[in-house]
Design a protein around this ligand. Sequence first.
Ligand SMILES: *[C@@H]1O[C@H](CO)[C@@H](O)[C@H](O)[C@H]1NC(C)=O
Length: 144
Amino acid sequence: MSLVKKNSLHSLLPAFMLLLVTTMIADSQGDDNLGTKVMVEVNNSLPGDASFNIHCKSKDDDLGIHIIGVYQNYKFKFKVNFWATTLFFCGIRWQGGGVTFDIYYAKRDLNRCPHHCLWLVREVGVMGFQQDKPTPDIIIPWDN
Ligand SMILES: *[C@@H]1O[C@H](CO)[C@@H](O)[C@H](O)[C@H]1NC(C)=O
């Protein structure tokens, strides 16, 4: 009895492995980074002593509204889901304007910033950096 069970399990294993590998390849785009922890960091680089409000959400989580003062920063951590559909979007507002944007989107960011995604909130807008790069590759100007 147990021998039969064992055999049927063994015959299923290759099929399961094939399915797993095929799924991972189909979903790829840097799949080594799936399931790893990502930290998003948003620094206040506004002029003077200006502060900003930030409100980030994903499909499942509302991270709440936070007021980030001069020299402060805002951070959150999460794991990228297996399907690489992880998405966080934020609204940021200060006295000079506001903007809503995707702060982390796995399809864009899995390789762009695998563990540390830095954003600076500046007078001209919000700037995003690839991991360990000194110049921003994304600049989002204030809407108003
Ligand atoms: C962002 O803020 C953190 C905490 O204050 C600081 O350690 C880091 O150097 C800042 N990064 C930049 C690029 O301003």
